[in-house]
Design a protein around this ligand. Structure first.
Ligand code: NAP
Length: 278
């Protein structure tokens, strides 16, 4: 069985058995025709992993792009996420049905709890995830924006395949990274380009110069070498293409340490309902 996708993107095993391409396309803030075009072009270029969410409002566009691409459904890894208003048992089941319908697919490769909400029983959410798994509607489930205490609570009830969190050289989440590694939970780095801040970062640019690589490529490579999955969002041809060109060079130990040292410990994304202080 292949261990990489066509463009040499490694496939990492997940706890629930599915295998996730280590690099995927983020689609937050991509809508309608722009989304369809970006996803269609990404699939042509060799992307085989697309990250979406019911809250992004673009699942139908992604479904159309996948259907039109000529790439078989089994070859594309699709992640969606259940919004925090839908975390009760019956709501999770119906939110998943909605995502499947909009994406035009019989199953999701990965289904995530988009944000924790401690006022709702995590047990009822996880029971629903396990039912979806048993029914074949999803191939793996995980969480997003969970802190270590959230993960400790989740682990009492079941094992999430992944935690998808903000992670880039300016916010490296070292403690959470170590916790996930110890507990066999994969880490998906969202906003791996610092929501667009990384590409102009002179210190990250300097690390890439001897390799002939951009700051964006260095940040993606840095995360990949740490074993994370990365999901940069890109809309134009140039960004889509260059974000895939991160499997033909390696950062040295010293370069990894220089990137590690850039951590400021400051989040970019912290909506009012986040529970990062938990
Ligand atoms: P990001 O991927 O860190 O950065 C995207 C920005 O970087 C866009 O402005 C993009 O511009 C630009 N860009 C992309 N490639 C570039 C390159 N090679 N050189 C220069 N600029 C480049 O930001 P993000 O969208 O916040 O995060 C990525 C994905 O993570 C999201 O799309 C979403 O799927 C996921 N996410 C999940 C959560 C969650 O709560 N679970 C939260 C945030 C994000 P163009 O569009 O012009 O190419």
């Amino acid at each position: 069985m292949a261990v990489t996708t066509a463009r040499h993107v490694p496939l990492l095993p997940l706890y629930h058995g599915a295998r996730i391409p280590q690099l995927g396309l983020g689609t937050w803030e991509l809508d309608g025709r722009d989304c369809e075009r970006a996803v269609g072009r990404a699939l042509e270029l060799g992307y085989r992993h697309v990250d979406t969410a019911e809250a992004y409002g673009n699942e139908e566009a992604i479904g159309r792009a996948v259907a039109a691409s000529g790439v078989g459904r089994e070859e594309v890894f699709i992640t969606s996420k259940v919004w925090r208003d839908h975390l009760r048992h019956e709501d999770v089941l119906s939110a998943c049905r909605g995502s499947l319908r909009r994406l035009g697919t019989r199953y999701l490769d990965l289904y995530l709890v988009h944000w924790p909400d401690s006022s709702i029983s995590l047990q009822s959410t996880i029971t629903a995830m396990d039912e979806l798994l048993a029914a074949g509607s999803i191939r793996a489930w995980g969480v997003s924006n969970f802190t270590i205490p959230h993960l400790e609570e989740a682990l009492e009830l079941g094992r999430p395949s992944v935690d998808q969190v903000e992670l880039h050289p300016r916010f490296r989440q070292e403690e959470l990274d170590r916790f996930c590694f110890r507990n066999g939970i994969g880490l998906i780095a969202y906003s791996p380009l610092g929501h667009g801040n990384v590409p102009g970062d002179p210190e990250i640019e300097a690390i890439g110069r001897p390799h002939g690589k951009s700051a964006a490529q260095v940040a993606l490579r840095w995360s990949i070498q740490k074993g994370h999955v990365v999901i940069p969002k890109a809309s134009g041809e140039e960004h889509l293409e260059s974000n895939l060109e991160v499997f033909d060079f390696e950062l040295s130990e010293d370069e990894m340490a220089r990137a590690d040292a850039l951590d400021r410990g400051e989040r970019l994304l912290e909506p009012g309902f986040a529970e990062f202080d938990r």
